[in-house]
Write a protein that binds this ligand. Structure first.
Ligand SMILES: [Mg+2]
Length: 388
């Protein structure tokens, strides 16, 4: 089976705001083969920058675009997916966003491989069983404690037993302002649910500011404090982890497996959160999952895109029972909510399961693609490098 076709879809809502909401646009990658089997993947990155990585003119041996590298490649076994990925990394060595951009293609190739072999992706990764996961509703803080409380109440009313609140005003006012947001989230969710707090990198490298908050937030029995620092502030993570009364989570900023490994080894995180759409697809996300198993951390997906991304993320760690959490984006964006079927809704027990169908187990809704597609043309000297 050979890769014969790569198509890129830039999808976006009519109006993009500066809210920290990744469901406003996306890059959907379609790969076709000479066997007639096709697959889709999604990238969590700037769509247009990523599109350029698929078509930019080669500069030298280490700057060759993804399309040129993978068109015509043979893909018959899971090992081929790893081989192709290594080739893309080598030929894109000096392209900064190569991992983000390639994520969609890697996910599409796993989708294709599963369909060819009649197996769900988690089985191709070596897992015998896919365990159900507990979804935590993932939302932004409201602009005020009152708004946050209302969001929490609506998540609780929707049946979520766990929810994460992040970004927004957190860290931008006083210590007491931050505590009020956490108190509102806890109040809205009730005393028996799990509450996670995502600081959205707001304290930079300042572990003392984060420690002050962690000590106060602990009163509200939060499950974790996520991304208190810049993704690369590994030393600050390590210092905070030594004293924090709440466990730390982080890792969604990992562009590479080694980046995540550094956080596990030196950052003291108890939860390593990986975005398959950013780190380069299911293949490297799975590699981090193996590292989490080795280091005794809990692997959690980071997903703030469509349910296609959610399915891709879930296949990578569904096989480990103790990795029980699933980030479940709740933005309500019509693009993210309708991009594929089924929508991986929680079952009557509140848990989310993979469908067991071959590949990723979801189907793209082309009406949604048509509705939100924005045509793109990239040209050099009048010649189109990409059009569609
Ligand atoms: Mg986060």
């Amino acid at each position: 089976m050979k890769i014969t076709d790569i198509e890129l879809y830039y999808l976006a809502l009519p109006h993009i705001t500066d809210a920290a909401d990744g469901t406003q646009d996306t890059l959907l990658v379609h790969i076709g083969t000479d066997a007639g089997i096709e697959g889709f993947g999604e990238c969590d990155a700037s769509p247009l920058v990523s599109m350029a990585v698929y078509c930019c003119p080669p500069s030298h041996s280490n700057i060759v675009n993804i399309r040129e590298t993978i068109l015509g490649e043979t893909v018959d076994t899971p090992e081929d997916i790893r081989r192709i990925q290594a080739k893309v990394w080598a030929r894109g060595l000096d392209i900064e966003q190569i991992h983000h951009a390639y994520a969609g293609a890697d996910i599409a190739l796993w989708d294709i491989m599963g369909k060819k072999l009649g197996q769900p992706v988690y089985r191709l990764l070596g897992d015998q069983k896919a365990y159900p996961k507990r979804p935590y509703g993932s939302v932004l803080f409201g602009d005020t404690p009152q708004q946050t409380r209302e969001r929490a109440r609506s998540l609780a009313a929707a049946g979520f037993k766990a929810a994460k609140f992040g970004w927004g005003p957190m860290g931008k006012g006083t210590l007491e302002d931050d505590v009020a947001l956490v108190a509102a989230a806890r109040e809205g969710m009730g005393p028996d649910s799990e509450v996670m707090i995502d600081a959205g990198c707001v304290w930079g490298h300042d572990d003392q500011a984060a420690l002050q908050r962690a000590r106060r937030f602990a009163e509200y029995k939060i499950t974790w404090l996520e991304e208190p620092f810049h993704p690369h502030a590994i030393e600050a993570y390590g210092r905070l982890a030594k004293h924090s009364p709440v466990r730390l989570a982080g890792g969604e900023g990992s562009n590479t497996v080694r980046f995540a490994e550094d956080l596990l080894m030196h950052g003291g995180v108890s939860f390593i959160q990986i975005d398959a759409g950013r780190i380069g697809g299911i293949t490297p996300a799975y590699d981090v999952r193996r590292l989490a198993e080795k280091h005794g951390a809990v692997y959690v997906n980071h997903t703030f895109k469509s349910k296609l991304s959610l399915a891709a993320a879930l296949h990578g760690f569904a096989g480990v029972e103790r990795f029980g959490y699933l980030e479940y984006p709740q933005s309500g964006s019509p693009l993210a909510e309708n991009l594929c079927e089924p929508c991986l809704q929680p079952g009557s027990d509140g848990l989310v399961r993979l469908t067991g169908a071959p590949g990723l187990g979801v189907t793209i809704d082309m009406d949604t693609v048509k509705r939100f597609r924005r045509p793109v043309r990239i040209e050099v000297g009048g010649e189109a490098l990409l059009e569609g």
